[in-house]
Design a binder for this molecule. Structure first.
Ligand code: AMP
Length: 212
C-alpha cells in the first residue's frame, strides 16, 4: 500500500481481489471461498484471468503496477509472462521472514473488514476493535486459523519458493528482510526500487540485497 502510494501505481493484491469477490457473493467468489478458507490456491486459470483483466485497465497500462501475492507457482509465473509479452516484469521483491515469525504474525493478525487495514493483538486499534482509519470492524481473517495457516506455509514451500531461483536467474530478484517494523521494511523496499531506477532498470547478476 505504501509503495503504491509512493510510486503512484495501482496495488494489485490477488488476495484482496478474491476476498472482495467472496464478500460480494459473485459467482467467482462463491467458487473461490472454499479455497481461501482452506488456505488452498485458487485454480491458476481463475486467478490469471483476474490479474490479466486488472493489469489491462487504463491506470495499470499507463503507470505500471505492483502485484502482491501473485505469482504463487510456476504456472502462474508462466501465465504472467505470456500476458505481459512483449513487456516483462521489472523487479521481483522477496520479503524474507523467518517461518516462526510468519506464524506468530499470522496468528496475531487482525484486519479491518471494511478497508483491509492491518492490526495485530499487540498493535490493536486505538478504540476497541474499530478501525482507526475508517471506523470499520477489526476482525480475524477467516483463513488465519492454525489449519489454514499450516496449509498456506506448506504451499509456500512446495509451490512458491521455487520461483525465487527463477527470478534470481533472470536478474529480477531483490531480497529484503521483512523481519523489521512496517516502516523499516517500507524504507528498505524503497531503497531497492530507487536503486533499480538509478541503474536504469538494468538486471543484476543473481539477486541484490535491500539495505536497512
Ligand atoms: P493473501 O491475501 O495473499 O494471503 O491470499 C489469501 C488467499 O487467497 C490465499 O490463501 C489463496 O487461497 C488465495 N490467493 C491469493 N492469491 C492467490 C494466487 N496468486 N493464486 C491462488 N490463490 C490465491
Amino acid at each position: 500500500m505504501r509503495l503504491s502510494q509512493r510510486y503512484e501505481i495501482p496495488h494489485i493484491s490477488t488476495g484482496d481481489m478474491l476476498r472482495a469477490e467472496v464478500k460480494g457473493e459473485t459467482a467467482l467468489g462463491l467458487e473461490a471461498r472454499r479455497y481461501l478458507d482452506a488456505g488452498d490456491l485458487v485454480p491458476d486459470e481463475v486467478v490469471l484471468a483476474m490479474v490479466a483483466g486488472r493489469i489491462g485497465r487504463a491506470d495499470a497500462l499507463e503507470r505500471g503496477f505492483l502485484l502482491d501475492g501473485y505469482p504463487r507457482n510456476v504456472g502462474q509465473a508462466d501465465g504472467l509472462d505470456e500476458v505481459l509479452k512483449p513487456a516483462e516484469i521489472d523487479l521481483v521483491l522477496n520479503l524474507v521472514v523467518p517461518t516462526d515469525m510468519v506464524l506468530e504474525r499470522l496468528v496475531s493478525r487482525r484486519v479491518c473488514a471494511s478497508c483491509g487495514a492491518i492490526y495485530s493483538t499487540s498493535t490493536p486499534p486505538k478504540v476497541g476493535w474499530t478501525c482507526d482509519t475508517c471506523g470499520g470492524e477489526v476482525v480475524q481473517r477467516r483463513d488465519d486459523t492454525p489449519e489454514a495457516i499450516k496449509n498456506r506455509l506448506d504451499l509456500y514451500d512446495s509451490a512458491t519458493a521455487p520461483l525465487i531461483e527463477r527470478y534470481a536467474k533472470s536478474g529480477k530478484l531483490a531480497e529484503v528482510s521483512g523481519a523489521e517494523s512496517p516502516d523499516e521494511v517500507a524504507k528498505a523496499l524503497v531503497a531497492v526500487i530507487d536503486e533499480y531506477h538509478r541503474r536504469g532498470g538494468a538486471p543484476t547478476q543473481g539477486s541484490f540485497q535491500g539495505v536497512l
